[in-house]
Every structure is written in C-alpha cells, then in structure tokens.
Design a protein around this ligand. Structure first.
Ligand SMILES: Nc1ncnc2c1ncn2[C@@H]1O[C@H](COP(=O)(O)OP(=O)(O)OP(=O)(O)O)[C@@H](O)[C@H]1O
Ligand SMILES: [Mg+2]
Length: 197
C-alpha cells in the first residue's frame, strides 16, 4: 500500500511560491526527487530558482529547456535540474535519469524534473508539485490550464497560482508534513488530505 498526502496551497503572489520553495529546500535530503508539473509559464523554473538559492546555490538557475539537464554542485546538496519539455516520452528512457537517484555514478542530491508528466514511469517515491495559474483571489477555484506566455492570455497574467504538493512514500510525507506545519502560519493551506492508494 502506498500512502499519499496531498496539500493545496493558494499563492496569491510570487513571494508565496518563493517562500514554499525556500522552505522546502531546508527539508530535502540527498536522494530527494521533485516532479514539477504545470503548463508553460506556470512557475516551475521560478520555483526552482528560489529553491536553489535556499539550497545555497549562488549561480542563477535558468530553464534547462535546451540543455535538458543542469547540474549545480555548490549548494548544501547537489541539484540536478531537468526539463523534459522538448522530449517525447519515448525518448526519455535513454537519458537514464535513474542514475541521478541511484547514487552510484553521481553524488546523491536533489533531482528536480520539469514536465515530469512525460515520464513513462515515475519513481515510486517522490514529491510532485503542480503549479497552475488562477485568475484572481476572488476566483481562486477557476484554475486555468493556460500557457501564460500567450499574448492573448493577458487576463490571467496575474501572480496567483494554485500549488498542489503531493507526497508519495514515507520520506516525502514527512517532508510535506513538516513543510505544512512550518508554512501554515504564513500561507493559506486550502486542503490537507491523506489518502491510502
Ligand atoms: N506566484 C507565482 N509563482 C510562480 N511564478 C510566478 C508567480 N507569479 C508570477 N510568476 C511569473 O511567472 C513566470 C513563470 O515562468 P517560469 O519560467 O518559471 O515557468 P515554467 O513553468 O518553468 O515554464 P516552462 O514550462 O516554459 O518551463 C515568471 O515570469 C514568474 O516571475
Ligand atoms: Mg521552466
């Protein structure tokens, strides 16, 4: 039986996303896998920039859309930042991403994968983070599945995001539970559901 814990956070501005990311960076350990999902411009790389800064990485974290994998080794833990956007799911197995969490060929660190929904098989234990643009605080249930860099989507070019964090496996549930407890006073946690799948 795999246990999953899911929380939903309403981030009404960029600094909330950055706060969650930097608090998460304090809690991760070597071997942590973060799967980032959400449409174009939803904030996956932005999340990782704040995360990296809090991990002690001074280099600017940029989108690995073209490099596919960027490695940062100066922080508290190595960070392997991966972006699958340009790949077809069938091309991904040849990247051998599992090498990054096996701990043999690379020092164990944090593996963060943007567009992780393209993975044909997900690592069994992980923290999934899904970011979605939402229109405004008055309409926070109207999550938009839109690509924010489309010019005609100006209406949703706000900073509001719905962030779902889904922990699968005991280690990740512990991380998420602590994150929730530490962040709850500063952010609005909309729901906190525990499921047995
Ligand atoms: N609350 C927020 N959380 C995250 N990003 C936000 C927020 N509000 C505004 N933004 C802005 O939205 C943009 C998100 O772009 P970013 O490159 O991080 O998206 P992405 O999800 O990585 O896109 P892609 O799929 O192209 O990789 C940035 O310009 C960021 O400043
Ligand atoms: Mg990105």
């Amino acid at each position: 039986m795999t246990e999953t814990v899911k929380i939903e956070i309403y981030a009404d501005n960029l600094s909330v996303t950055q706060l969650i990311a930097s608090q998460l960076a304090q809690l991760v350990t070597a071997g942590t896998i973060i799967l980032l999902e959400g449409n174009l411009g939803s904030g996956k790389t932005t999340f990782m920039q704040a995360f990296g800064l809090a991990l002690g990485i001074s280099a600017t974290i940029t989108s690995p859309t073209f490099t596919l994998i960027d490695e940062y080794i100066e922080g508290r833990l190595p960070l392997y930042h991966i972006d699958l956007y340009r790949l077809e799911p069938s091309q991904i197995p040849s990247l051998h991403l599992e090498e990054y969490w096996r701990g043999e060929d690379f020092p164990l660190g944090v593996v963060a994968i943007e567009w992780a929904s393209k993975l044909l098989t997900m690592p069994p234990a992980h923290l999934k983070i899904n970011l979605a643009a939402t229109i405004s605080s008055q309409n926070k249930d109207e999550t938009k599945n839109l690509d924010l860099n489309l010019e005609d989507d100006l209406e949703v070019l706000s900073e509001a995001r719905l962030i779902h964090l889904i922990a699968q496996g005991e280690t990740y549930i512990d991380i998420l539970t602590t994150l929730c407890a530490e962040a709850e006073t500063k952010i609005l946690v909309i729901s906190n559901a525990k499921q047995h799948l």
